[in-house]
Ligand binder design. Structure first.
Ligand SMILES: Nc1ncnc2c1ncn2[C@@H]1O[C@H](COP(=O)(O)OP(=O)(O)OP(=O)(O)O)[C@@H](O)[C@H]1O
Ligand SMILES: [Mg+2]
Length: 170
């Protein structure tokens, strides 16, 4: 089931990533958009190995995160605090992977409700595993695997904010 299943799509773009460098270039383009802040929620759909974590890693790097970037496969959530720039509020990024999320009680107990209620960038792999609990994503990115390193990515804006964020993407 796709992250667009229950929500009308306001606008879409199709991206072609011939290789991982193209994925990184798009991550840099997205990281440069001021509209990401104070809050954006991006759901990432696609099969095992599609490149969801790789895209998040490139995005975090482009946002200035240094050192090793852990995948949240076991922890479900990896939080990141972006390096402060003078005068700007501190930005946070919450990287979720709901692949192993099975117990809805964890939503409350692990504080995920608070994360989604607070400002920051939220990125979620395997969103369908937490579907009834998640708010509507601003973007649903559907990654399809092509030959070799090719990826075809459908970016769907599901909220007015998502549509605004999509405007400069060609
Ligand atoms: N164009 C591309 N964009 C992104 N990743 C690519 C691309 N081409 C090849 N790759 C490689 O594909 C693999 C994607 O693995 P990744 O862990 O990111 O997948 P995933 O979608 O997060 O899978 P999972 O569902 O297991 O979490 C990585 O080894 C990455 O280097
Ligand atoms: Mg992953």
């Amino acid at each position: 089931m796709s992250c667009t299943a229950h929500t009308p799509i306001l606008e879409s773009r199709v991206l072609d990533w011939p290789d991982e460098a193209a994925c990184a270039a798009f991550a840099r383009q997205l990281a440069a958009l001021p509209a990401l802040w104070p809050s954006t929620f991006i759901a990432l759909d696609g099969p095992l190995g599609a490149g969801k974590t790789s895209f998040v890693r490139h995005l975090l790097r482009a946002l200035g995160v240094q050192g090793p970037i852990k995948s949240p496969t076991y922890a479900v959530l990896e939080p990141h605090v972006l390096p402060a720039t003078t005068g700007a509020p501190t930005h946070t990024v919450a990287h979720f992977d709901f692949f192993r999320f099975a117990d809805p009680r964890e939503w409350e107990e692990a504080g995920f409700r608070e994360v989604f209620g607070a400002p920051g960038l939220k990125l979620a792999e395997w969103p369908e595993k937490a579907a009834p609990l998640l708010p509507t994503p601003d973007w649903c990115m559907e990654l399809d695997v092509g030959e070799h390193d090719q990826r075809r990515v459908n970016v769907h804006a599901l909220t007015p904010h998502g549509r605004q964020l999509l405007a400069p993407i060609r």
